[in-house]
Ligand binder design. Structure first.
Ligand code: ZN
Length: 309
């Protein structure tokens, strides 16, 4: 049945800075898809998006930046300079991944003070100690090999356990830890005045989620928690800006529910998680970014359902 499923629409392909509320900008897909791609992969219509999205919030003081990626530093600062000549004052990390926090040191050098949940600091330190911080990004189209051994993980300066409220330059931002979803460190940034929710990678829009070090069953619950925010705009960690409101979150919840149902059915027929995962089809999502992730996502789901995450 799923084999012939009609594909759902793919993501719009937008690149650059978009103002989603007065003075609240989102830098979308600044590397044009190159930051997420492996070397040798051709950029085509299907694979030209899905880079990390960043936040840039103007305030009465200096701007606030949400997330960063050393591989697209040039593109980010070129776009930022067209919006403001001021240096960044605060930097918020939504989680520890390289494509959200690898340029922290540069922001510190520019005088920014950075914030993140304790888990973000711990995970960065763990990846640094394990020697995987830069290495896991090797082989990408935007090359990082020359940074191996030279670029250290730089955790946020200020850390907190569950929630942190920041008042700065006339803006209020709340950082709220979601628990283990995409990573052990997922944190959303809620702007109650503007009703904008920066979801980090706890929500990617029309983009297959990365679950490698995630916890899918907990993630489904966290999406329910995000739906309770009275948000006008959800800003995904990857993928274009969805339509206004929180309805978009339901697309990812449904994706995970289908993945769970189909993987559970395959597990009942097959012996092990690997052979079960090979049977799982998610054909209606073939227009989403990163369609190659279906097998690994089903494999992770199978392991979670079997109780060994
Ligand atoms: Zn990401």
């Amino acid at each position: 049945m799923t084999r012939t499923a009609r594909p759902l629409p793919g993501p719009a392909r937008v690149r650059g800075f978009v103002e989603t509320a007065p003075g609240v900008f989102v830098g979308l897909n600044l590397g044009g898809g190159r930051a997420g791609m492996n070397a040798g992969t051709t950029l085509d219509k299907k694979n030209d998006g899905g880079d990390t999205n960043f936040g840039l919030i103007l305030t009465k003081e200096k701007p606030i930046v949400i997330d960063n990626d050393i591989r697209v530093r040039k593109e980010f600062f070129a776009g930022m300079r067209r919006i403001t000549r001021k240096a960044p004052g605060l930097l918020l990390n939504t989680h520890h991944n390289f494509d959200h926090a690898s340029d922290n040191a540069h922001f510190h050098k520019l005088g920014a003070v950075s914030f993140g949940v304790n888990h973000t600091r711990r995970e960065m330190e763990r990846e640094q100690a394990a020697g995987v911080w830069v290495r896991q990004m090797a082989g990408r189209m935007i090359r990082v090999e020359h940074l191996i051994g030279k670029l250290a993980a730089t955790p946020p300066m200020v850390t907190f356990e569950e929630e942190m409220s920041i008042r700065y330059g006339g803006r209020t931002l709340e950082m709220i830890y979601l628990g283990h979803c995409h990573t052990p460190s997922d944190t959303v940034v809620w702007m109650p005045g503007e009703r904008v929710l920066f979801a980090g990678d706890a929500f990617d829009y029309r983009t297959h989620p990365v679950v490698r070090i995630g916890n899918i069953l907990n993630w489904i619950k966290a999406l329910g928690r995000m739906e309770k925010f009275p948000a006008r705009q959800i800003v995904p960690g990857h993928g274009p800006l969805p339509p206004r409101g929180t309805k978009c979150l339901g697309e990812l919840t449904l994706y995970f529910r289908r993945l769970r149902t189909r993987t559970a059915a395959a597990l009942r027929r097959e012996g092990g998680p690997a052979s079960a995962a090979r049977r799982v089809r998610m054909d209606e999502y073939r227009n989403w970014h990163r369609p190659h992730l279906v097998y690994v996502n089903a494999l992770k789901m199978a392991k979670e359902l079997r109780g060994k995450v």
